[in-house]
Design a protein around this ligand. Structure first.
Ligand code: MN3
Length: 204
């Protein structure tokens, strides 16, 4: 069984004007497809790893044979991270979170605005390419972290429920060097229903 590029639940132009259609199409069909291809290539000669789930592989990178460990970390992480990223966005998204995740955000960060502030600062501070995350830690607490490259929070024992790609390929066509503008715009396309679902799937 091979990994496949997931289709998006919306058109490439659905997130306009916040994220432009050309960026979305290149990001999905070239960048994400590239991670999928290289992940499959890395696993080619490892049938015993092919039957494991991707989260299982990413949660136990040390158990991966050394000659493909970095490839799984980069391309397995790339596939997992992007698959989550597409799902936590939608047309006419945004607003404040409510439901269980909304309560969790208020409990952990005080207010939605304080959470947003903290997340923005983490996303802006990623040096070079990487991601900002809202994850659930081992105690069921919400935490904001960043990862470099395509590293997944799964490899750090966290369960990501919301992620923002801050690689330049995610925003450069429209925003050039203005990453903070892209981060601010992104709040308008968040699919909080999916984030709520992700939260419930983990904390029950
Ligand atoms: Mn990307």
């Amino acid at each position: 069984m091979e990994y496949k590029l997931p289709s998006l639940a919306y058109e490439y132009g659905a997130l306009e004007p916040y994220i432009d259609a050309v960026t979305m199409e290149i990001h999905h069909t070239k960048h994400h497809q590239g991670y999928v291809n290289k992940l499959n290539k890395a696993l080619e000669n490892y049938p015993d790893l092919k039957i494991k789930s991707l989260p299982e592989l990413l949660q136990n990178l040390n158990a991966i044979p050394q000659d493909i460990r970095i490839a799984i970390q980069n391309h397995g992480g790339g596939h997992y991270n992007h698959s989550l990223f597409w799902m936590v966005m939608k047309k006419n998204g945004g607003g404040e979170s409510n439901g269980m995740v909304g309560d969790g955000i208020k409990k952990n960060f005080g207010t939605f605005a304080a959470f947003q502030d903290k997340f923005n600062n983490v996303a802006k501070s990623v040096f070079g390419s990487g991601w900002a995350w809202l994850s659930i830690d081992k105690d069921g607490k919400l935490v904001i972290t960043s990862t470099p490259n395509q590293d997944s929070p799964l490899s750090q024992g966290l369960q990501p429920i919301l992620g923002l790609d801050v690689w330049e390929h995610a925003y450069y066509l429209k925003y050039q060097n203005k990453r903070p503008d892209y981060i601010n715009a992104w709040w308008n396309v968040i699919n909080w229903e999916t984030v709520e679902e992700n939260y419930r799937n983990i904390v029950g």
